[in-house]
Design a protein around this ligand. Structure first.
Ligand SMILES: [Zn+2]
Length: 414
């Protein structure tokens, strides 16, 4: 099959005007000028997308579809701790069926906004089998919390792996330093060599206060509900995370310094943290969620400094308990408002860089022979800068392909 468009943005060299992509099975086999491609592959079915630009599908590096139904339900709170209490109260009213509906609707919304791959943390891996099959590529991360029962870490990890191992792509997500024990982090690292790992780290000022100063609203709240606070005082969240990891220091197999962890947030870093990070060989992947960041009013995200250290920063939407939609286009625009960065570099954060964070740099995020045929198309005008136009796109997607199959972007999951 040949897919023709007015332009193809490959993220693998300059965009191709009047371009075409040849798809066979689930893969891209060729990319080039339509005139050349159609001569080479005569007789192939042609899908002509007309005056549209063809792009690699977007990759959401951090979200929680569990909470799609909480959109607009939790107003911004005075503190991060108040928000945790508010979401816990909202969650206590939800049934397993509510979560199933929430996740199914999340998939539909993500798809409508051009997302073809999603890294989704779920607190309920046992519900996955009851969901409508998602027609987008999903990394399921079991979100794990053992705050009140750290002796159960092994059991928790084994149970999650058992529930997820039949999925095509999965990983583990000890929730955060303030809810997951050291043992749980270690067990997640030991669970499997190739498993992706993600966690929330250094998200809020209150998390910094808790670990560094053994005080503040988060400290008091968690102490009140019975968490052992013995790990608080003296170390920043990042320092504590690095200490936990010292004993295992897991890398991706076959790589020298690429770290296995995709860290969500990293907003709150002390100067001493940057000194530590600069000394480290390991390079983390970081998921930044600009609109959720704005909702919470976190400290300015240290984008340039993290990039200068060599970290791979990509974009995620986070959940609708702290965001308005699951649109990565809106996320790119929100990022653009805060940073001096070209639209092309922003688009990389939702494609190439997010693919790298999921260890899919040779399969996703670009339109390139041998890569998965995950493609989207948006209308384009004649005169404007192509990447500026992409980042400015606000409508629903009109056409998409996942794994070489065209998918109706606005229909329910099939
Ligand atoms: Zn999150």
């Amino acid at each position: 099959m040949i897919v023709r468009a007015r332009a193809v943005v490959t993220m693998n060299g300059a965009p191709v005007e009047n371009g075409a992509v040849v798809v066979s099975g689930d893969r891209i086999v060729d990319v080039g000028k339509f005139s050349e491609v159609s001569a080479c592959y005569s007789g192939e079915e042609i899908i002509d997308l007309g005056e549209q630009v063809l792009l690699p599908g977007l990759i959401n590096a951090h979200c929680h579809l569990d909470y799609t139904c909480l959109r607009g339900k939790i107003a911004p709170q005075k503190s991060f701790t108040d928000w945790i209490c508010a979401i816990n109260a909202a969650k206590s009213k939800l049934s397993p069926q509510d979560y199933i509906t929430s996740i199914n609707e999340g998939f539909i919304e993500a798809k409508r906004h051009g997302t073809t791959t999603i890294a989704n943390l779920t607190a309920f891996p046992e519900l996955i089998r009851q969901l409508a099959p998602a027609s987008i590529r999903t990394w399921w991360f079991a979100e794990l919390i053992d705050m009140r029962s750290p002796d159960r870490a092994n059991q928790l990890v084994d149970g999650a792996v058992e529930l997820l191992e039949s999925e095509r792509n999965y990983g583990l997500a000890p929730h955060a330093l303030f809810t997951a024990s050291k043992n749980l982090y270690h067990r997640c690292e030991e669970a499997a060599e190739n498993l992706l790992l993600t966690t929330h780290l250094a998200e809020s000022r209150e998390e910094m206060e808790m670990f560094r100063d053994a005080s503040g609203p988060l400290y008091e709240f968690l102490e009140r509900i019975g968490r052992d606070m013995g790990d608080c005082g003296g170390r920043t969240p990042l320092e504590r995370f690095l200490r936990i990891r010292e004993s295992s220091n897991r890398r991706f197999p076959g790589t020298e310094n690429e770290d296995a962890w995709l860290l969500a947030h990293l907003n709150e870093l002390a100067e001493s943290d940057f000194v530590l990070l600069e000394k480290m060989n390991a390079k983390f992947h970081v998921a930044h969620s600009p609109r959720s960041h704005h909702y919470f009013g976190h400290t300015r995200f240290p984008f340039e400094r993290l990039c200068a250290i060599g970290f791979n920063v990509c974009l995620g939407t986070d959940s609708l308990a702290s965001n308005k939609s699951l649109s990565l286009f809106a996320e790119m625009r929100a990022f653009q408002r805060n940073e001096q960065i070209s639209p092309e570099k922003i688009f990389e954060m939702a494609t190439v860089k997010a693919a790298l964070a999921l260890r899919q740099q040779n399969a996703l995020g670009r339109v390139r022979p041998g890569f998965r045929a995950d493609l989207i198309a948006i209308p384009c005008a004649e005169s404007r800068d192509l990447f500026a136009e992409i980042v400015a796109f606000e409508d629903d997607i009109g056409w998409m392909m996942v794994d070489g199959k065209t998918v109706e972007p606005s229909s329910p999951c099939k």
